[in-house]
Structures are given as structure tokens and as C-alpha cells.
Write a protein of this length. Structure first.
Lengths: 270, 245
């Protein structure tokens, strides 16, 4: 469990990225922080592994205040996946995956053997192990990034817009893979995105943020869609544009679901 | 042209080669100045450049320092230091160290600065200590530019080391000054040819080293990129008649 307690972050240039932020992130679930750019979502994520320290307030992991933990040690037990994978260009795929275990003192041979298994886990062919990151496609690099995030078997996995730079088809694949991995491994995933559809797809808990890290609404996707807290949320999830307002039309004895503009989106199963 | 062959003949004459005053020994001195000065300069400039490149602090000072020092006239500096330190090898060596510091300093910090900030951010987020970030990420990725800096330092010193003879510091300049003052132009030219060949050989060696130290992953995909960029526009530009079709 990760707990934010009235966390405020003001950067040296005076910008207040986050103000009085409170949130409980449940264990073994996916929590998605979603909002437009500048809403402080990445700042919030990076405060969990102390890449950024809060100006005031505290962040607790399983009841332990992170401020009392050494940043380097803390980061090694939290998986981190970033946009554009952030792989080390001069190291082979297998050594990129093995980075954190090697830092933790696991013998290189053992770490590499485990890294090969992780390539299987994220759906990559083992023949890619000896390649360098730039020889891989964007989607493959991102999978390597996920494998690296999982390498030290952390309880928490932080994902910072990990699929922002890949094309829609690969993104859909990676999203399904993330759902499968989270369900199979039972990690606490904290995911940051600006895409509300991605948030609803992946999140057990979705946190919609407004400027300054103010929470507009927290809930399951269904709760948010059923009862948007205010006009901002309604507009953000697209409820005001008709995309989310579906109705049933009967066509040749079949119930077809159409949106407000009459565009068919699916078929209702009995 | 005759003079040029006279110069070659002077080099080939065995009477000019051996012994403590022969050109082989002087060439050795030239090399000793070059690598001695560059090694001392590297010991000073590389840690300093790494510190500036890693922390980003003191960058303006490093830039103006390496720019300003480059403008120093070597001969003037040599004579000034010679007046203080006397004749011999010390004044030239110190001059050449000062000459070699700017390019090496610039190569060291520029090598660090050229690395994608996201790569370094990722290394830190994984849990590398600052020292591990320097040693395992910044040093290997910054190596090509550092070697480039050392390369230009070596070339500058090897060419300038002829000045050492001005304060009786030996090296190949001895023959050039002696040749001009005794009107033995073959001797002056022969020594000049030796300096030129030495500089070219060192340039070749360093160009090779620079290619070898580029981390393999960094060059992995480059050849294809170069090809797609260069060949296409050339072919199209050659067919103006086809335009608009």
C-alpha cells in the first residue's frame, strides 16, 4: 500500500506542481493517475521512488515513511518503466534487463539467466538478448523496459506514460500484456497517462487530476462513468461529447449499441 | 622540388640518424613531449571535465577557460615560462601541458553533456548511485568525444613541440633552428618533413582509436541511417525534367 499524506511539491522556480495531495493506493491493483500535461501526475509518480522529494507532507509505503529510507536502496526495490524505454544504449538487451539485480549484488551469470526468463515473461524472443536497444523496434524496446522494471521482483511497478511513443496497434498489444502481467504477478502498479481510455482499460482505481495535483475524482472506471463528480470530469472522460452516451437500436432483430451521434460501436449480447 | 629531395636525403643519411644528436633521438624527444604533456594535461583536465559534465556546475567557467586558453600564443608563453624556469625541458613541457588542457577539458565535459538526459534519468531511477552513473553510463558513452579531445590535444602539441628548441629544450625543432641559422635548408626541411609525417601518423592512430571506443550499441544502427539519408535526394536532384510528373 502506498499512501500520500498532504503532499506538496514546489519547484525551485516557484511552480507548485502538487498541493495538499492525499491518496491511498491499494496493493496488488493498478492505479492510474490521469490528467492533462502540467497536472502534476509525473511529479506524483516520481515522488514515490524519491526521484523528487516533496516540499512537505509524507509518502508511506506499507506504513514506512519513504523520507526515512535511502533513495538508492528504495529505487532498487521499486520497478520503474519510462517513456522511450530509457534503456542504456551501450548495453545489450540482456544486460539492460539484469541491471538492477547486478547492482544488488546478484552474480552476473545468475542475473543473466533470470533476465532470459523475464524476456519470456514479457513476450520477447530470447534471440534478442544479444542485441543492442537501437536494433529493436519501439515496441520491443518498451517490452525490454518492462522486463527491466520487473527484474528485481519489486512489489511496486511505476509506469510513466510507457506507451506514449509507440503506434496504436503496438500500444494495444502492450496494454493487454500489462493487464495480463499485473493479474499474473500481483504487482502494485502505478501508471501515469494522459489518455483516459488507457486509464479506464488498465485501472482498477482511476485518479483524475486537475492542475496542481488536485483530485477531481477517484473511483473505478464504472463509478466515474456512472457519476462524474463535476463538469470537468464529465468533459475529461468525454461524457459531454456523446461518445460515452450509448443507446440501443434494434436492427433486424439484433440489439446494436450506438453512441449519441448514431455511430454503431457494438452489438448487445443477450 | 630539389630542396625537398635534399630534405629526404638528409633524413636518409645515416650520419644524421643515430647518436644523442641524431634525428631518431630528437624524434623520441618530440614524442616524449607530446605524450608527457598530454598525459599530465589529462590527469588534470579529465576529472575536472567529468565533474563539470556530471554536475553541470562551473560549466560557464570551463567553457570560457577552455576557450580563453586556446587563444594563448604558445611561443610567447614558452618564452615567458623560459625566463622563469630557465632553459631545458621544464618550460616547454609546462607550455605544452597548458596547450593540451583546453581540448581535453572540452572533450571530457562535452562527452557527458552529449548523453541523452533520459538515459541518465533512467539510470538514476533504477537505483544507480551517482558514482555508478558516472562509471557505468557517462564514462563509456562520453568516451568518443573525450578521445576526440585528446586527439586534438596530441596534434596541437606534436606540431608545437618544435618550439622547445627555442629554450634549448631539444626535440626536432633543434634541426629547424640550426638549419636556418647555418643556411642548411636540407636539414631544416628534413626535420619539418619528419614533424609532418609524425603528426599524420598520430592523427591516423587516433582516428582509429576514436572509432574503436564508440560503444557498440551506439553505432549498431548507424550505417542504414546514413544510406537512407544521403543517396535518395542526390538521385532526385539529377532529374529536373521529371519534376511535376
Amino acid at each position: 500500500m502506498i499512501e500520500f499524506r498532504s503532499v506538496t511539491k514546489q519547484f525551485p522556480d516557484g511552480t507548485v506542481a502538487v498541493e495538499g495531495f492525499d491518496l491511498v493506493i491499494p496493493p496488488r491493483k493498478t492505479t492510474v493517475l490521469v490528467g492533462s500535461s502540467g497536472c502534476g501526475k509525473t511529479t506524483l509518480l516520481r515522488m514515490i521512488n524519491r526521484m523528487i522529494d516533496p516540499t512537505s507532507g509524507s509518502i508511506l509505503i506499507d506504513g514506512e515513511d519513504t523520507a526515512s529510507l535511502a533513495p538508492v536502496k528504495l529505487r532498487r526495490r521499486i520497478g520503474y518503466v519510462m517513456q522511450n524505454s530509457g534503456l542504456l544504449p551501450h548495453r545489450k538487451v540482456i544486460d539492460n534487463v539484469a541491471t538492477v539485480p547486478v547492482l544488488n549484488g546478484v552474480p552476473k551469470k545468475k542475473a543473466r539467466a533470470h533476465a532470459l526468463e523475464l524476456l519470456d515473461t514479457v513476450g520477447l524472443d530470447r534471440s534478442l538478448a544479444g542485441k543492442y536497444p537501437r536494433q529493436l523496434s519501439g515496441g520491443q524496446q518498451q517490452r525490454v523496459g518492462v522486463a527491466r522494471g520487473l527484474a528485481a521482483d519489486p512489489n511496486i511497478l511505476l509506469m510513466d506514460e510507457p506507451f506514449g511513443a509507440v503506434d496504436p496497434i503496438v500500444r494495444a498489444e502492450l496494454q493487454q500484456e500489462t493487464i495480463r502481467l499485473q493479474a499474473g504477478l500481483g504487482k502494485t502498479v502505478v501508471f501515469v497517462t494522459h489518455d483516459i481510455d488507457e486509464a479506464f482499460l488498465l485501472g482498477h482505481q482511476v485518479v483524475i487530476l486537475q492542475k496542481g495535483g488536485h483530485i477531481a475524482q477517484v473511483g473505478t472506471p464504472a463509478e466515474i462513468l456512472a457519476r462524474p463528480a463535476d463538469d470537468f470530469v464529465a468533459s475529461f472522460v468525454g461524457a459531454d461529447k456523446g461518445k460515452r452516451k450509448l443507446r440501443i437500436e434494434r436492427v433486424d432483430g439484433t440489439d446494436v449499441v450506438v453512441d449519441e451521434n448514431g455511430t454503431p460501436t457494438g452489438v448487445l449480447q443477450p | 622540388m630539389n630542396l625537398f629531395f635534399d630534405g629526404i636525403a638528409w633524413i636518409l643519411d645515416s650520419a644524421n640518424q643515430g647518436g644523442p644528436g641524431g634525428w631518431i633521438a630528437r624524434l623520441g624527444e618530440q614524442l616524449a613531449y607530446t605524450f608527457g604533456a598530454v598525459a599530465i594535461a589529462a590527469v588534470i583536465a579529465v576529472p575536472l571535465g567529468y565533474l563539470v559534465g556530471h554536475t553541470g556546475r562551473g560549466r560557464d567557467l570551463a567553457v570560457s577557460l577552455s576557450g580563453g586558453f586556446r587563444a594563448l600564443p604558445s611561443l610567447g608563453l614558452l618564452i615567458l615560462l623560459g625566463l622563469g624556469l630557465g632553459i631545458g625541458f621544464r618550460a616547454p613541457l609546462l607550455t605544452f601541458v597548458i596547450l593540451a588542457i583546453p581540448p581535453i577539458l572540452a572533450g571530457a565535459y562535452a562527452g557527458f553533456e552529449a548523453i541523452d538526459r533520459k538515459t541518465i534519468d533512467a539510470a538514476r531511477a533504477l537505483g544507480m548511485t551517482e558514482l555508478q552513473i558516472v562509471g557505468r553510463v557517462e564514462v563509456p558513452l562520453g568516451l568518443p568525444l573525450l578521445i576526440g579531445g585528446i586527439r586534438s590535444g596530441v596534434l596541437q602539441v606534436v606540431a608545437t613541440a618544435t618550439l622547445a628548441a627555442y629554450v634549448s629544450g631539444g626535440a626536432l625543432g633543434v634541426f629547424i633552428f640550426e638549419g636556418f641559422s647555418t643556411r642548411n635548408y636540407a636539414e631544416a626541411l628534413g626535420a619539418s618533413i619528419l614533424v609532418t609525417v609524425l603528426a599524420l601518423v598520430l592523427e591516423g592512430i587516433f582516428a582509429l582509436i576514436q572509432r574503436l571506443v564508440v560503444p557498440r550499441g551506439v553505432v549498431a544502427k548507424e550505417p542504414t541511417e546514413i544510406r537512407t539519408r544521403s543517396s535518395r535526394p542526390v538521385a532526385v536532384a539529377g532529374l529536373p525534367a521529371q519534376e511535376g510528373k
